[in-house]
Write a protein that binds this ligand. Structure first.
Ligand SMILES: NC(=O)CC[C@H](N)C(=O)O
Length: 350
């Protein structure tokens, strides 16, 4: 069955439908990873986005539960050049077409995703629609489409979860957390409390934690109003760490600013430099916003930069015991170079 990918600038690309046969709109972003499509599909930071993969063959090792970063598919739609009908891997549980259908998420294949990526790089990320419908006015509908506002609220957990461990007592504020982050804390034997995004600062303090981590998550950091307020109230009271959206909201809480990148960083091989050692690590990334260096407030010090475009990839504040990274030290998917960051954070607790 034919399907169309319609872009906000009026471009219409014809392909074929796989996954669910529904019409959806979202923000079109590209990911340059050669593998890791299951982690990408299930990463809650992609909520509201349609992901196009630059690598031409997707789904060749199938889908397995262990690779999932959350309980279901989070992207709104998926765009590929070619997908595997007969995947092969010892862990393979199902093929990608079945997985998309089970989650009611549409895909489109037969798209020249490298050409599409060049377009996004030139024009910036834009809205798009995947549809199997043929009626007119689809472009008008796409132009009228508005991104969901309370997206962090939609993906964050509603209750508090405790994962028992014998080590440090760590709170994690779930803004759309990837399971890889929890797994890293579990591997360090932390006693973990995972909180919903709207937990108040007083409740966090009452847990008498050794530190609190604000997780990754979807959307514009400036819209995460409650978590920003919570960070503001916690500053100076206990060690605070942030990953990706967490890093951005901590910067906002400290009085710095964030901005939208033209097309973001999404892939498994982004080089970042540790500013203390000068050493470069290959990192996994997925973000469309960044912290503005010129807006840094007193005591904010950059700890990592992106070697490709010099944007901020991490900062610290020694006065307030804050450490953050924009990239994903838990990887999932990507290289394990940066796992050491979790260890450093936990070991630095006195
Ligand atoms: N992975 C994330 O936490 C992404 C953060 C934010 N939504 C961005 O796109 O920049």
């Amino acid at each position: 069955m034919y399907a169309k990918l319609i872009l906000e600038d009026g471009t219409v690309l014809k392909g074929k439908s796989f996954g669910a046969k529904t019409t959806i709109c979202g923000e079109l972003v590209f990911n340059t990873g050669m593998t890791g499509y299951t982690e990408i599909l299930t990463d809650p930071s992609y909520a509201g986005q349609v992901v196009t993969m630059t690598y031409p063959l997707i789904g060749n090792y199938g889908i397995n539960t262990e690779d999932m970063e959350s309980s279901c598919i989070r992207v709104s739609g998926f765009v590929v050049k070619e997908y595997s009908v007969n995947p092969n891997h010892w862990q393979c549980e199902k093929d990608i077409d079945t997985y998309l259908k089970e989650n009611d998420i549409p895909g489109i294949y037969g798209i020249d995703t490298r050409m599409l990526t060049k377009k996004i790089r030139e024009k910036g990320t834009m809205k798009c629609m995947i549809t199997t419908e043929d009626e007119g006015r689809l472009l008008e509908k796409l132009k009228d489409y508005k991104f969901p506002g309370n997206i962090v609220e939609q993906v964050s957990r509603k209750d508090i979860k405790h994962i028992e461990g014998a080590g440090k007592k760590i709170g994690v504020v779930d803004l759309g957390i990837k399971s890889g982050i929890i797994n890293q804390l579990v591997s360090l034997d932390c006693d973990i409390y995972i909180f919903p995004q709207d937990i108040g600062s007083k409740e966090i303090v009452d847990y008498d934690l050794d530190g609190v981590l604000f997780s990754n998550g979807p959307g514009d950091p400036k819209e995460a109003v409650i978590p920003i307020k919570t960070v503001k109230e916690l500053i100076g009271k206990l060690p605070i760490w942030g990953i990706c959206l967490g890093h951005q909201i901590i910067a906002l809480a400290l009085g710095a600013d964030t901005y939208k990148l033209k097309f973001g960083h999404r892939g498994s091989n982004h080089p970042v430099m540790n500013m203390n050692t000068g050493k470069v690590f290959i990192s996994s990334q997925n973000h469309g916003y960044a912290v503005e260096e010129s807006s840094f407030t007193k005591d904010m010090e950059k700890t990592f930069i992106n070697v490709n475009d010099n944007t901020i990839e991490g900062f610290s504040s020694s006065d307030y015991n804050i450490k953050t990274v924009q990239f994903h030290p838990e990887e999932g998917p990507g290289p394990e170079d940066c796992h050491y960051i979790f260890k450093e954070w936990i070991e630095a607790i006195i």
